[in-house]
Design a protein around this ligand. Structure first.
Ligand code: HEC
Length: 122
């Protein structure tokens, strides 16, 4: 009886903490896995995939002024539907079939950390 009580207590204490940590780490992890090859590990648009014949440079996410022109919804749409949804290059692939909403949201938050900006409203 007391053992079950203890386990329940442990889960109560550890449960929220564990998920909180996992979520905070996700954006960074997802970015390194899916985005860094083009956008660079630090988001500067200089990933190893970007060769001389890349028609456009991937966005440098550390450019605060440029990133402030985008709302969270703008970023979300480009991640889900790819560059062409925002009149950008198809070199930016759509991720809507690869990533779920939580993952896209974690990436938006990660980009906001990289640009150190909040973006325009809406
Ligand atoms: C195959 C290379 C490639 C990969 C992988 C890639 N991107 Fe991009 N991304 C680009 C390019 C190129 C552009 C610039 C398109 C343009 O400016 O026309 C871009 C643009 C963007 C923009 C739009 C910025 C703006 O100014 O509107 C966002 C947001 C973005 N990428 C997020 C991501 C995220 C998040 C990931 C990972 C899930 C990712 N990208 C993976 C190539 C890539």
């Amino acid at each position: 009886m007391s053992r079950f009580f203890l386990m329940g207590l442990l889960m109560l204490i550890l449960g929220p903490t564990a998920t909180g940590v996992a979520q905070a780490a996700d954006g960074e992890k997802l970015f390194q896995f899916y985005c860094a090859q083009c956008h660079g590990t630090e988001g500067k648009g200089d990933g190893p995939n970007v060769t001389g014949d890349f028609p456009v440079d991937p966005r440098n996410f550390t450019e605060t002024a440029e990133m402030n022109k985008l709302s969270d919804a703008d970023i979300r749409n480009v991640i889900i539907d790819g560059g062409p949804i925002a009149d950008k290059s198809p070199m930016m692939p759509p991720w809507g079939k690869t990533l779920n909403d939580d993952e896209v949201e974690a990436l938006v938050q990660h980009l906001r950390q990289l640009c150190n900006c909040t973006g325009k409203a809406g």
